[in-house]
Design a binder for this molecule. Sequence first.
Ligand code: NAD
Length: 467
Amino acid sequence: MAAHRPRRTPQASGRRFAVLDPATGEPFDEAPDQRPEELDAVVARAQEAWRGWRTDPVARSTALLAAADAVEAAGPDIAPLLTREQGKPLAESNAEIDRTAARLRYFAGLHPRPQPLTDGRPVRSEIRWRSLGPVAAIVPWNFPLQLASAKFAPALAAGNTMVLKPSPFTPLATRLLASVISTALPEDVLTVVTGHEPLGARLASHPGIRHVTFTGSAPTGRAVAAGAAASLARVTLELGGNDAAVLLEDVEVERIADRLFWAAFRNCGQVCMAVKRVYAPARLYSDVVEALAQRAKDTVVGPGLDPGTQLGPVSNAPQLARVESRTAQALAAGARAVAGGHRLDRPGYFHAPTILADVPPDSPVVTEEQFGPVLPVLPYGNLDEAVEAANGTGFGLGGSVWGTDTDLAEAVAGRLDCGTAWINHHAELSLAQPFAGVKESGVGVAGGPWGLYGNLRPFVVHRPEEA
Ligand code: NAD
C-alpha cells in the first residue's frame, strides 16, 4: 500500500469519518469528512486546471493511456482495499480495476470529429466540439471504481476537469485510484471529495459545475436534478433497475441455471442491472425454483478476501436492513423461502442467498428493487402475460429472455420496455454501447461515443462559400 498514498486532501476542518468493513461491521480506516464550503476552492482549482487540459487532445490521450497503465500496475494495492470497504470477492474487485483501465484506454482512443453541415445553401457550415468546463460525478457504493470511471474517462477525454464524490460507505479505493491516476495527469484535473450530505447536494448545485453525472437511486436522482437546475447545469442520471428475466417454454433449465443465478447474485445482487425477478412458464416453475435454490444452497458465502468466497456480505447496514425487510414482507404475505430467507448469524452484514417462490406479484420484493441476494421466481401462463409483468414496474433499465429458439427470444426481447435486452445472458455490457434507462431508470445517455458527446457542446461555424 505504501507505493500509492492518496494525496492528503486539503481541507478546512481536518475532520475524518470511520469506514466500516462489511465482513465484520467494524471500522478499519477513515476518510476526510469534507464540508460543503470546501467545494468553492476545489471547483475553482478544477476551473483553473481546465484552461490547460482542454487545449491539447493528443496530450490528453497520452495522459489517459498512461493513467490506464498506472491503474493496472496499482491493481494489487487497490483491489483488496475495495473488497475491504465494499465486501465483494477479490476477483470482482480485480474486475473493476480491469474495467477501469479498459475504459480509460477506450475513451483515450475516441476523438470528436468536426462534422460538415449540408443544407443546400452556399454556406460551409461545420460543427466543432468544445468541452464544458469542470463537471461533477456522484456515484454509489456498489461499483465504486467502475461507475466512477464510466464518468471520469469520457469527461476527461472530452477535455473537462472533474470533481468526483464517492459514497461515504466506499471512499477509500476511489481516493487511492484517483491518486494513482493523478500521477499521469496535471494537478486538479481529477479531484475526489469525500464526506456526508449535504456535500453531494452542494456539489450538484455548485454554480461552477457545468454537467452533473449521477448514478444512484431514483429519489436521490430527483434531488440532484433539482439541485442542478439552480445553475442550469447539464444532468445525466443513471438510476435504479428492476430487470426481469423471462424464461421461454423451450428453455433448458439445467443448461442456463448457473448463468441465470449469477446474473442475479453477482456482487451480492447489488447491481443496477441484476436479474431481480424471474418469470418462468407454469409447466417449468418447480424445476426453475429447484435449480436456482440448489445453486443458492451450494454458494460459498464469506468475507471477500477469503479465497473461495463466491458471495460476500451485503455492503452496508442500511442496505442489509432493506433486504431483510423486503424479504420479511414477502414471507409474511405467503411467499416461501426455498433457499435462505434470513441474514446469517455471524458478525458482519451477511445474508443467505435466497430464492423466494409463490411470491404475491404486488409484493415490494417484486415491484421495487431489492438490491441484495434475494430473488423472487414467479410463474406465468402465456407470453403476453409475462411481457406485461416484465414491463409492469416503474423501472426500465434492462431485461433478458432465455430459451432455445433464439429468434422467438429476440422477438420477445424486442417487446421489453428498457434500455438493453439480452438473449440467454444478462448485464453483459460493451464499452462501445449506449447505456440509457427508460422510465425511472434514467435520463440521458452514457457509454460509447454517446458518453463522449454527452460531455461536449456543439460549436457551429458558418462561413459563406464565396470569399
Ligand atoms: P444513493 O442514491 O443513496 O446515493 C448515491 C450517491 O449520491 C452517493 O454518493 C450519495 O452519497 C449521494 N447523495 C446522497 N444524497 C444526495 C443528495 N441529496 N444530493 C447529491 N448526492 C447525494 O444510492 P446508493 O444507495 O449509494 O446506491 C444504490 C442505488 O444506485 C440503487 O438504486 C441502484 O439501482 C443504483 N444504481 C444505478 C446504476 C445505473 O447505472 N443505473 C448503477 C449502480 C447503482
